[in-house]
Design a protein around this ligand. Structure first.
Ligand code: ACO
Length: 321
């Protein structure tokens, strides 16, 4: 019988410090009204000075392991999707592995910016489906507050820090739970629409986030919609059979634009962007965790996750949870 990757637990973590729109308006020329109307974001979380991306990742992972009823000895693959690693190297995943007490298997980072979690989920699914690992922790964790230009009102209002994680287990059981289909895409010709202007090889510095917001917006609505349709087509499942849509939480207007374009009932779209802003790779598992813990997403539901980010990268994953 073919192996399937079954999602058995989800967890998330947001740092304690809340940064409201009103507080931001004291730092840059903006207003609560502008930010809420254009993005739907009301507040975001900021990691404490001594909190690293790996710390956020570990907090989320402990909760995901608890939800799955698993512990460190069960995990033999860790993938951390992040664009804000603790250090240039080693991988943030290596520190997460050590902190969690996992002493087997591989741990590595994956860089696809805001699409990172969907890319990491698809990657882990391939390892599990080929029998190369038994149980994976797939994590999205970010400290974007460290790379945002706090003087650029066009970007600093959008981003926040956080982490989310899932446990994905290889299963031979006869059932229809698990990752059903994934679709990943990169188009590097658009790398300069959203990037960080520093890095070890080019500038020997960390750099700050730069974005052509309105162009990214247009690309997002088009490509996220396309990825969702493609993931459903690959599974042979029509879009209207999906129970819950869990999008990358970038901007409420992108979520609404995609729902409108595809004729999706907005009540089926999980939105948490108001309370944490764009947390990049962390946002899909963060939203998945919220809607699972509040009872909306139930075992057996068909969930479509989707994202677009720097690269540009985009993708979708259809999962029966
Ligand atoms: N407060 C007040 N005014 C602002 C702010 C702000 N925070 N930011 C920009 N403005 C001004 C601009 O300076 C401009 O003023 P001007 O007309 O005098 O020049 C005006 O608002 C309009 O600027 P636009 O950039 O055209 O505004 P737009 O309606 O496109 O909204 C936004 C900007 C919210 C960034 C939008 O483009 C967007 O959401 N883009 C998607 C980007 C995104 O979510 N990226 C995240 C990473 S990718 C992803 O996750 C999908």
């Amino acid at each position: 019988m073919a192996l399937r990757s079954v999602l058995t637990g989800v967890g998330s973590y947001l740092p304690e410090r809340v940064l409201s729109n009103a507080e931001l308006a004291k730092r840059v020329d903006t207003s609560d009204e502008w930010i809420t109307e254009r993005t739907g974001i009301r507040e975001r979380r900021i990691a404490a000075d001594d909190q690293r991306t790996s710390d956020l990742a570990c907090e989320a992972s402990v909760k995901a392991l608890e939800a799955a009823g698993r512990d460190a000895k069960d995990i033999d693959l860790i993938i951390v999707a992040t664009a804000t690693p603790d250090l240039t190297f080693p991988a943030t995943a290596a520190r997460v592995q050590a902190e969690l007490g996992v002493s087997q298997g591989a741990a590595f980072d994956l860089q696809a910016v805001c699409s990172g979690f969907v890319f990491a989920l698809a990657t882990a699914d391939n390892f599990l489906a080929r029998g190369q690992a038994k149980a994976a922790l797939v994590i999205g964790a970010e400290t974007f507050s460290r790379i945002v230009d706090w003087e650029d009102r066009g970007t600093c209002v959008l981003f926040g820090d956080g982490a989310g994680a899932v446990v994905l287990e290889a299963s031979e059981e006869d059932g229809d739970r698990g990752v059903i289909s994934t679709f990943l895409r990169t188009d590097g010709r658009m790398h300069d629409l959203l990037y960080v202007d520093g890095g070890p090889s080019q500038t020997q510095s960390v750099g700050k986030l730069r974005m052509v917001g309105n162009a990214v917006f247009r690309q997002a609505v088009e490509h996220i919609s396309g990825a969702m349709l493609e993931a459903c087509a690959r599974a042979g499942i029509p879009l209207d059979e999906v129970d819950w849509f869990v999008p990358h939480q970038a901007n409420q207007r992108i979520l609404d634009g995609v729902a409108r374009k595809l004729g999706i009932d907005v009540d089926k779209v999980v939105s948490t962007v108001a309370v944490h802003g764009n947390t990049s790779a962390a946002s899909v598992p963060l939203a998945l965790d919220v809607a699972t813990r509040d009872g909306r997403i139930k075992k057996g539901d068909l969930v479509l996750m989707e994202a677009l980010g720097g690269g540009l990268t985009w993708g979708a994953a259809l999962v029966r949870v």
